[in-house]
Design a protein around this ligand. Structure first.
Ligand code: PLP
Length: 369
């Protein structure tokens, strides 16, 4: 039986009547850019993340870019982040004219290692962007302490981590801004591109409102050079319907992760994902480290078992970022991760039988029955 890596159709089929009804009402409203549905979504985010403000934008990439602009990151500044993330994290820094400065990851969490950050801080350092990779919160307590001590801003990349918690507080509520993506494969996705920024800081909020709308606070009066980065009403409509199901889907992802743990903990060639003290993982990905990863990946592909490598090449080794001057060996933990990680199917509608199938093929590959 083939097992897909991700199958959105299973989810959409279940909630299609609700979606169609809501989309129908949105069409009848005649408001398609920003508007009441975006305001409703922003209010819902204030509540679920536990912040004063939320601003809907056109993508998770824009959420990062606009947040950095809103805290005035500019040419000549430096921003510290992980080399083991999706490229948008670093690109958002570059869009501001600033320089990404990479710090290696912790081997067990794949997240930014706070112990490595402090020596990298210079007079030019304006912010740190921890990425809550795969849905596991980064070591926020230590990173916040570094930010406070050095008077630099914290911008959280929450693209993969909606609903994840640290000390029972939602990610996206710790920093100057929390940046979320609604890319369709995220735990809460829309039917296109979309994103949202959360913040407790009223002046950052005002800046964000202006930045997403061409730099204007009053219609047709432009105080700064802004962007066209508005969330569509129809995407907000879809997100509001799907938001009702998010907690259930997260619980299902966590149950799936527990099933993988029960089946695979005996396979000594694997290291399974961890949940760190005081955090809640939301498993946007269930990412293992595997001995002989490439052969296992090939074997699973041939056996029609979906799997993915996030990410096969760390950002410091990417051609587009070679001008930063990094080389092989600079971030050993990220480089080891890129050759060992493999993400297994974890989406909420996955059936127990399918997880058993994935695990039995993995065991077969390593010669276990
Ligand atoms: C860690 C991370 N940061 C940023 C982004 C960018 O989000 P988007 O694709 O919505 O622009 C993504 C999404 O793929 C991501 O995974």
């Amino acid at each position: 039986m083939p097992v897909p890596f991700f199958d959105l159709k299973r989810q959409i089929t279940k909630i299609k009547p609700d979606l169609l009804q809501a989309i129908d009402a949105c069409i009848d409203s005649g408001t398609f850019i920003l508007g009441p549905k975006v305001v409703e979504l922003e209010k819902a985010f204030q509540e679920i993340i536990g912040v004063k403000h939320a601003v809907g934008v056109a993508s998770g990439t824009d959420a990062l870019h606009l947040s950095l602009k809103a805290i005035d990151v500019q040419q000549g500044d430096e921003v510290i982040t992980s080399p083991f993330t999706f490229v948008a994290t670093a690109q958002s820094i570059i869009y501001c004219g600033a320089k990404p400065v990479f710090a290696d990851i912790e081997p067990n969490t794949f997240n930014l290692d706070p112990l490595i950050i402090e020596p990298l801080i210079t007079k030019k350092t304006k912010a740190i962007i921890p990425v809550h990779l795969y849905g596991l919160p980064a070591n926020l307590d230590n990173i916040i302490a570094i930010c406070e001590k050095n008077k630099i801003s914290l911008i959280e990349d929450c693209a993969q981590a909606i609903g994840a918690r640290c000390r029972n507080k939602s990610v996206g509520s710790f920093g100057s801004a929390g940046c979320f993506s609604f890319f369709p494969t995220k735990n809460l996705g829309c039917f296109g591109d979309g994103g949202i920024i959360t913040t407790n800081d009223s002046s950052i909020y005002e800046n964000l409102l202006s930045l997403r709308g061409h730099g204007s606070k009053k219609t047709y009066f432009y105080d700064s050079i802004g962007y066209n980065s508005r969330l569509d009403g129809i995407q907000a409509t879809i997100l509001l319907v799907r938001l009702n199901y998010l907690d259930g889907w997260t619980n299902k992802r966590r149950k799936n992760a527990a099933l993988y743990h029960s089946h695979l903990s005996s396979v000594k060639e694997l290291i399974l994902p961890v949940e760190t003290p005081n955090t809640m993982h939301v498993y946007n990905q269930f990412t293992i480290r595997a001995q002989d990863r490439d052969s296992l990946f090939e074997f699973l592909k041939k056996s029609e078992i979906g799997a993915m490598v996030y990410y096969p090449l760390s950002l410091h080794l990417q051609k587009s970022l070679s001008y930063l001057g990094y080389k092989i060996g600079d971030f050993p933990n990220a480089e080891k991760a890129q050759s060992e990680v493999l993400s297994l199917p974890i989406f909420p509608e996955l059936e127990e039988k399918e997880i058993e199938t994935v695990c039995s093929f993995i065991k077969k590959f390593y010669g276990q029955t």
